[in-house]
Design a protein around this ligand. Structure first.
Ligand SMILES: Cc1cc2nc3c(=O)[nH]c(=O)nc-3n(C[C@H](O)[C@H](O)[C@H](O)COP(=O)(O)OP(=O)(O)OC[C@H]3O[C@@H](n4cnc5c(N)ncnc54)[C@H](O)[C@@H]3O)c2cc1C
Length: 380
């Protein structure tokens, strides 16, 4: 049931995920009156593997000692990579190169520390544009509206997005289960080395990922064609190979999102901006979306804070769209999920050969595509 909201605020952010909370925190720190609305009460779960890179920790200025005190914060020092059903290899970095978090904990922590006023369990139901302000759900007035409601964000729809119709999305399914002590001892997947298995047609990949007592298994692919069949086959193979326990349920949870290279959503209009998945920003080869969500929230806040007269017209907000292009590149050249833009037979053969190559697995697949080591953290 949606809770009623009323009154007014400078900025209304729709969506309390990492994009919304990062943007809110920056705006609040500068003294703006910010409200974050989310249709779900928090803590809430989010379909996600929950893998983040050190750049995310740095950008968020996460107090890791405080965070890990009563939350899962799994250091990752390497990866197992391979193609489904073929030989895999271990790439060991000998140092921490990533972390595993649980989204129900991570998103809640960030939202609470943002300092914004919260309207949780409240869905965006109506939007009305009046000169210089928005009327939301018929009762709340906001000078600026920021859409951070994920792939199906209602603000993005207001700006013309048609999820599921004109956009090629990544669709993914995952499940996160708590392992018993016996299952933890028997599970072949090591907590510090998550496993990544690319699909034979290189249109996606599956993962199994341990974080503390939890095991997360999932698979994502370009487009939704036969996703459930791929997921069921992946789960069955992991069980048959003794990687995960038989007790991992068959019912996975699904979601969709856009890769930056294929998204074409309008990012700003008069009095409104889109950030995170609502804007379609996930990294093309890995599908990592938390880092771009957080960075876009901060870039949006930087643009807003540069506006001195409190009027948020299209012209005033356009620098945000330009900042996104500077950070993530021009959208002109579509690149594929998993990075191989080739006809299917070539993709498969080349994919198998490249993933068998130690240098390529480490320097390209992991260092560049998955860890984005060449891109410094956004700070400031
Ligand atoms: C299976 C899967 C695995 C993934 N694994 C990873 C990973 O390991 N690492 C990584 O970096 N990325 C991963 N991603 C991508 C990542 O989850 C997203 O890119 C990220 O969550 C985007 O954050 P966001 O804040 O933009 O949106 P979200 O986290 O989706 O938050 C949007 C919020 O908006 C709220 N909302 C929606 N509609 C409304 C409404 N009408 N009114 C009010 N509120 C609303 C929702 O309740 C939600 O809380 C994965 C995605 C999937 C599907």
């Amino acid at each position: 049931m949606t809770e009623a909201i009323s009154g007014n605020c400078d900025v209304l952010i729709v969506g309390g995920g990492p994009a919304g909370s990062s943007c809110a925190a920056r705006l609040r720190a500068a003294g703006l009156d910010v409200m974050v609305m989310d249709r779900r009460p928090f803590p809430r779960d989010k379909v996600c593997a929950g893998w983040i890179t050190p750049a995310v920790v740095q950008t968020l200025r996460l107090d890791t000692e405080d965070y890990r005190r009563d939350r899962v914060f799994q250091p990752i020092t390497g990866f197992v990579t391979g193609m489904e059903g073929k030989r895999s290899r271990v790439v060991d970095y000998g140092r921490v190169v990533s972390y595993g978090i649980r989204r129900c904990e991570f998103d809640h922590y960030l939202l609470m520390r943002s300092g914004a006023r919260l309207a949780l369990g409240t869905s965006l139901e109506s939007l009305e544009r009046r000169p210089g302000r928005w009327i939301v759900n018929g009762a709340l007035e906001a000078k600026l509206l920021i859409g951070a409601g994920g792939h199906f964000c209602p603000v993005a729809r207001h700006l013309g997005a048609r999820p599921g119709r004109s956009e090629l999305a990544v669709t993914a399914q995952e499940i996160e289960v708590r392992l018993s002590e016996g299952e933890r001892r028997a599970c072949a997947v090591r907590p510090e080395t998550p496993e990544l298995y690319f699909c034979a047609d290189m249109k996606g990949y599956g993962w199994c990922f341990r974080k503390g007592d939890w095991l997360n298994v999932g698979l994502g692919r370009e487009g939704g064609h036969q996703l459930s069949r791929h997921v069921a086959a992946f789960r069955a193979r992991l069980i048959a190979d003794g990687r995960i326990p038989e007790s991992v349920p068959e019912e996975f949870h699904g979601h969709a999102y856009l890769l930056y290279s294929s998204a074409r959503r309008r990012l700003v209009d008069d009095g409104v901006m889109l950030i995170g998945d609502a804007a379609g920003l996930a990294y093309p080869q890995s599908g990592e979306g938390i880092r771009p969500a957080i960075e876009s929230g901060i870039l949006a806040a930087t643009t807003v804070l540069g506006i001195r007269d409190g009027r948020y017209g299209l012209r005033d907000l356009e620098p945000y769209a330009a900042a996104i292009e500077r950070r993530f590149g021009a959208r002109a050249a579509p690149r594929r999920f998993t990075g191989l833009s080739l006809p299917p037979p070539l993709r498969q053969g080349l994919g198998e050969w490249l993933l068998g190559n130690r240098w390529f697995s480490r320097r390209i697949v992991l260092d560049r595509w998955f860890l984005h080591m060449h891109e410094k953290a956004l700070v400031g």
